[in-house]
Design a protein around this ligand. Structure first.
Ligand code: PLP
Length: 375
């Protein structure tokens, strides 16, 4: 027998396909449509002439591990041992899969807070664990009462995502304290912190698990160079975990990929030295503000967007259709692709909210808001 239930085509593939067929603006899938930095292109050319084409060491190129540790220190003041507490992965996706595979045994329960990104559930099923999907509250922040009530003696892991895709919300200090308390009270519980949008916040700072000493011992943090440097297609990310957990992650990593592509690691280790991730927030804030102001006179009701490059918009003043049907009609009639947010929740309850990605050139965003204002 095959191991996974029948899985429908992902909404991202479906909407991107519809977008191409309808020659539409694609604000559905989360990737930038602008050029990467010319400096990065030059680095690829020069680095590729060197001796960089064979396997890198299993946990990652030592230089990139060093640079990642420097990045975490610069961003959060946390001192990491690059040899024992960092792992370079094939995107955050592999970091997430690796963590679940290493920690979750048959029958273990894993808490997922919905709406959630789509790569958490199936790795749990492959580990014969049980995904327990708990809704976030109405404003897309954790409902701690509900989370506490969902803990059993089988709960092994809680997966959090902050800054949050799809809502663009970021957690408060109180949320981080509640999480610390929860881990403290439940000795068998570990925490997987998906922080791929860690450097994309606007008006408040991102509260990384790196900042909370009380979380370090039981937390595995995943992040993505793809999101921070506009290179989602490179699929390179990193994991931070204490040595004891990291040793377990490395065992899975060794048999899953062994090591991540060497050219990308060499280039990034040099590129990171020249970059200031603090500028990323301002870069995307301009795009967020352009997109939001363009929609000010539309019939969409914009939800708060504190981080990530996603903007949620409620369309209940426009239509009664389900969000999937609304998105299908939007791409066919108005030539603009968006993502229905019901697909991020286990029970697919429709809230008449869609997600737009604003990691796009300003001219694309102006075109998009002009189209959306016609509805
Ligand atoms: C919340 C979240 N986690 C993980 C990922 C995957 O990141 P990567 O492309 O580095 O695997 C994404 C990508 O969109 C995401 O939005």
């Amino acid at each position: 027998m095959f191991k996974l239930p029948e899985i429908p085509t992902s909404i991202f593939s479906k909407m991107s396909k519809l977008s191409i067929e309808n020659e539409a603006l694609n604000l559905s899938q989360g990737f930038p449509d602008f050029d990467v930095s010319p400096q990065l292109i030059e680095l690829i050319a020069s680095v590729s002439k060197g001796n960089v084409h064979q396997y890198s060491p299993m946990p990652g190129l030592p230089d990139l591990l060093e640079e990642t540790s420097r990045l975490v220190h610069q961003s959060y003041g946390r001192v990491l041992n690059p040899q024992t507490e960092i792992l370079i992965t094939a995107g955050a996706t592999q970091g997430i899969f690796t963590t679940i595979q290493a920690l979750v045994s048959p029958g273990d329960e894993v808490l997922i807070l919905d709406p959630s990104y789509d790569c958490y559930g199936m790795p749990i099923v492959l580990s014969q664990g049980v995904p327990i999907r708990i809704p976030l509250n109405k404003v897309f922040l954790p409902d701690w009462e509900l989370i506490r009530a969902s803990i059993t003696d089988k709960t092994r892991l809680i997966i959090t995502n902050n800054p949050h895709n799809p809502s663009g919300r970021i957690w408060t200090h109180e949320d981080m304290e509640q999480l610390t308390l929860l881990l403290d009270e439940n000795k068998n519980l570990y925490h997987l912190s998906d922080e791929v949008y860690e450097h994309i916040t606007f008006d408040q700072p991102h509260l990384s698990a790196n900042l909370y000493l009380g979380l370090h011992e039981k937390t595995i943090i995943v992040s993505s160079f793809g999101k921070s440097f506009h290179i989602t297609g490179w699929k390179i990310g990193y994991v931070v975990a204490p040595k004891k957990i990291m040793n377990e992650l490395k065992k899975v990593h060794q048999y899953l990929v062994f090591t991540v592509n060497s050219l990308g690691q060499h280039v990034l280790s040099k590129y990171l030295k020249t970059q200031n991730v603090q500028e990323l927030g301002a870069f995307y804030k301009e795009k967020r503000d352009l997109f939001r102001s363009g929609l000010q006179n539309s019939k969409f009701n914009l939800l708060p967007c504190e981080g990530t490059y996603f903007q949620l918009a409620a369309y209940d003043q426009i239509s009664d259709e389900s969000d999937e049907v609304f998105c299908e009609n939007l791409v066919a009639e108005y030539k603009l692709a968006a993502i229905p947010i019901s697909v991020f929740s286990a029970h697919n309850e429709t809230q008449k909210i869609v997600r737009f990605c604003f990691a796009k050139e300003n001219k694309t965003l102006v075109k998009a808001t002009t189209l959306l204002c016609k509805i």
